[in-house]
Design a protein around this ligand. Structure first.
Ligand SMILES: NC(=O)c1ccc[n+]([C@@H]2O[C@H](COP(=O)([O-])OP(=O)(O)OC[C@H]3O[C@@H](n4cnc5c(N)ncnc54)[C@H](OP(=O)(O)O)[C@@H]3O)[C@@H](O)[C@H]2O)c1
Length: 347
């Protein structure tokens, strides 16, 4: 493999994540010898841009991976299951955004700020975690490293773009229709998405009551941290926002910490930006996170409903609350995948 100037393929280049890959390759000045943009037969011949380059979309086929060094997959689970093994056999390093291989014990599930060591084994197929999970573990990991984490309770406020480019279009169209006084119909989601907050559109397990997104946050957090007993509970909800998910997180730490200690751990963390101005009531927002790399973290406060130790004028909290916002098309998808590839190709 030519790691210094690889041939890169993006499978799903016309989608919401694919578009972000193209933007990030240009922004990060990622070196490559050739860039192949692949999508379904519907998009063949469409022109995409990566900086100054104009690229013609080719069909995603088994033959498309000949000579490819790095294949970035964001074309859905079915396409990944079919074509990712073909790309690996053709000699490519594959980073997959779908959920197809995430829980496969042989496939590393990686957030580079959190478990970069999982890349070191030389796997040729690496899975990118679910977007809500990536944002949560990036924000919580600095506290986990410093104090341990015993339990996480999270509620998400998820942008519609988590469901792809067509979902952004649906929110725009429905919003315009409502403002024009017209009737709207729910198409992609089971509910209207304009001016509405509703339970995540993934299937609900009839026995546990958890939806697929909530189960992913539990299972994937445990795998990333190699902590199968970690207590995690999630409630996943969509909000009428175009991009950038937000999450309210309540933690129980392994060892109690002062607010200053918890704040210092977050302030020093890679991939995290503290936005926590109590005086000005300025905290993370989905708009401020949109189009940006870091996960914005704020509203950090000791949880008075859990044990508090008071000694020498200091208060040490066993639990903390925080609020985060992060662009799930970037850190939650394309950026994280590219960071994985950068680490893997440099090793
Ligand atoms: N959106 C997010 O925030 C996010 C975050 C993390 C992970 N992901 C995952 O990333 C993947 C893509 O998501 P997205 O939001 O970018 O979806 P999207 O906007 O709907 O784009 C889907 C892409 O996949 C292509 N595609 C679909 N079926 C195909 C097939 N049978 N053969 C070849 N290409 C096919 C589409 O090509 P055409 O344009 O030709 O149809 C398009 O390029 C999904 O697995 C999703 O779960 C998404």
């Amino acid at each position: 493999m030519s790691a210094e100037s690889p041939v890169i393929a993006i499978a799903g280049a016309t989608g919401a994540v694919g578009e972000e890959f193209l933007r990030l390759l240009e922004e990060r000045r990622t070196p490559f010898r050739q860039l192949k943009v692949l999508a379904s037969a519907r998009s063949v011949g469409r022109q995409l841009s990566c900086g100054e380059r104009r690229l013609a979309v080719e069909e995603l086929t088994e033959e498309a991976f000949a000579g490819v060094d790095l294949a970035l997959f964001s074309a859905g689970g079915a396409a990944s299951r079919r074509f990712a093994p073909v790309a690996v056999d053709a000699g490519a390093l594959v980073v997959d955004n779908s959920s197809a291989f995430r829980m496969d014990p042989a496939v590393p599930l990686v957030v580079p700020e959190v478990n970069p060591e999982a890349i070191a084994g030389g796997a040729r197929l690496i899975a990118n975690p679910n977007c809500s999970t990536i944002l949560m573990v990036t924000a919580v990991d600095p506290l986990r490293r410093a104090f341990g984490v015993r339990r996480i309770a999270v509620a998400t406020y998820q942008a519609v773009s988590g469901a792809g480019a067509a979902a952004m279009e649906e929110l725009r169209r429905q919003t315009a229709a409502v403002l024009a006084g017209e009737r709207t119909e729910a198409r992609l989601f089971g509910e209207p998405c304009a001016f509405n907050v509703f339970s995540h559109d993934s299937a609900v397990d009839p026995v546990t009551g958890r939806n697929v997104e909530e189960q992913k946050m539990v299972d994937e957090a445990r795998k990333i941290w190699a902590d199968p007993g970690l207590a995690v509970t999630a409630t996943c909800v969509r909000v009428p926002v175009l991009r950038a998910h937000a999450e309210a997180v309540n933690l129980t730490l392994g060892r109690p910490a002062t607010e200053a200690e918890a704040r210092a751990a977050l302030a020093a963390a890679p991939g995290v930006q503290l936005v926590d101005d109590r005086q000005a009531n300025r905290f993370p927002t989905s708009l401020a996170a949109s189009g940006r790399d870091p996960v914005l973290v704020g509203r950090l406060r000791g949880d008075e409903s859990q044990a508090v130790e008071e000694a020498g004028g200091e208060r040490r909290f066993h639990g903390f609350d925080l609020f985060l916002a992060g662009d799930q098309l970037r850190k939650g998808a394309a950026l994280n995948a590219l960071q994985i590839a950068e680490v893997a190709l440099s090793g």
